[in-house]
Design a protein around this ligand. Structure first.
Ligand SMILES: C[S@@+](CC[C@H](N)C(=O)[O-])C[C@H]1O[C@@H](n2cnc3c(N)ncnc32)[C@H](O)[C@@H]1O
Length: 334
């Protein structure tokens, strides 16, 4: 779950101060906000009169917030309702592009939206689509084979009871169509005597959200296309909320910021180039005060890197996470 919390009318974007201190040396530039949401990051960046923001969000309901910003900031702000893996399809004058920002996950508005059914507190037909999707959780739970469900729960939810839960889903759906309450009840019964720190359905719901929204390929191709769009000297910043996202971001930045030359006698063009300068090898976490004011921010991690070289080849990156992309591709069976 993400940390943009709506309390009354106020939003709490996670690690906004940290984000601003990273990008402010690059001010009087254009920034791409890949996860516009309620627009709190974009608004803060636009406070500096020399900045422009290009914002993206897959959820069409965020257009409302985008229209508000457009009224205030006019041609300094541009919004498009697309997924961030399509970032390279926007016509961007990359000359003055200084940074690309990803604040992954969901806003609390989305989690609380009954139409989306992202939460285990939702009711009725399973859904979990954030926007611009091809299928819903209803199809996943009611039609995919037991062994496929098991893989999704195990790898996208890190759920210990993947096998038994998938078996029970397949048994139950012979008798009835499974909706949100049925799924929660079924998981509760499976873990009846287990004492857990988190809600019993958290991991299965995380797995389904990742699968339905193709979050793995979105992130992998989003990062690669962001890299290709950004000129040398620009910064990529990612705030992640669960360990699978962070594993992908960490690998992307660390792997391409290390020189893996086998021999110093190899000709220069054969040596693999470093693509990033990493200021911190460790992630940045929210302050204690932020966590106190906005408890969901406790699972956030911010990583960033400055691009120092161009490259078209990300085979190693894709290969590293092929096992997750293969699971995501099980959706072709729906
Ligand atoms: C955590 S919220 C962002 C909050 C935002 N930083 C703010 O200040 O209000 C994440 C947003 O990213 C969007 N999102 C998630 N995955 C996306 C994707 N692949 N492409 C485009 N938008 C995405 C969600 O719809 C959601 O609105």
């Amino acid at each position: 779950m993400n940390a943009t919390v709506k309390t009354g009318k106020k939003h709490f974007p996670v690690m906004l101060n940290e984000l601003i201190s990273i990008i402010s040396p690059l001010y009087s530039g254009t920034f791409i906000d890949c996860t516009f949401g309620q627009g709190e990051y974009s608004k803060a960046i636009l406070k500096h009169p020399g900045n422009k923001v290009i914002a993206i969000d897959r959820d069409k309901k965020t257009k409302f917030h985008a229209e508000n910003l457009k009224e205030i900031f006019k041609d300094k702000f541009y919004f498009k309702n697309i997924k961030f893996r399509e970032i390279n399809n926007i016509n961007i004058d990359s000359k003055n592009l200084k940074g690309i920002i990803f604040d992954l996950g969901y806003s609390t508005n989305q989690i609380q939206d009954p139409e989306k059914g992202l939460s285990f507190n939702s009711r009725g037909k399973l859904n979990m689509q954030m926007g611009l999707n091809n299928f819903s959780a209803h199809q996943v739970i009611n039609y995919l084979e037991q062994k496929d469900l098991e893989k999704i729960f195990k790898y996208f939810g890190e759920e210990k009871y993947s096998k038994v839960i998938s078996r029970k889903i397949c048994e139950t759906r012979k008798k009835k169509i499974i909706d949100t309450e049925d799924l929660v009840n079924l998981i509760n019964k499976t873990k009846l005597n287990k004492k857990l720190k988190i809600h019993k359905s958290t991991k299965i719901f995380q797995a389904l959200r990742i699968f339905v929204n193709k979050e793995i390929s979105e992130l992998i191709y989003g990062l690669m296309n962001a890299f290709k769009t950004l000129p040398v000297g620009g910064v990529i910043i990612v705030v992640s909320f669960h360990s699978i996202e962070d594993k992908i971001v960490k690998f992307f930045f660390k792997n391409y910021s290390q020189s893996k030359n086998l021999s110093r006698y190899l000709p220069e063009q054969i040596k693999e180039k470093k693509l990033f300068k990493l200021k911190n090898t460790k992630p940045i976490f929210p302050s204690e005060e932020e966590i106190k004011n906005n408890p969901p921010s406790r699972s956030a991690k911010l990583r960033y890197a400055v691009k120092i070289n161009d490259s078209e080849n990300f085979d190693v990156f894709i290969k590293q996470f092929k096992y997750l992309l293969d699971i995501e591709n099980l959706s072709k069976k729906i």
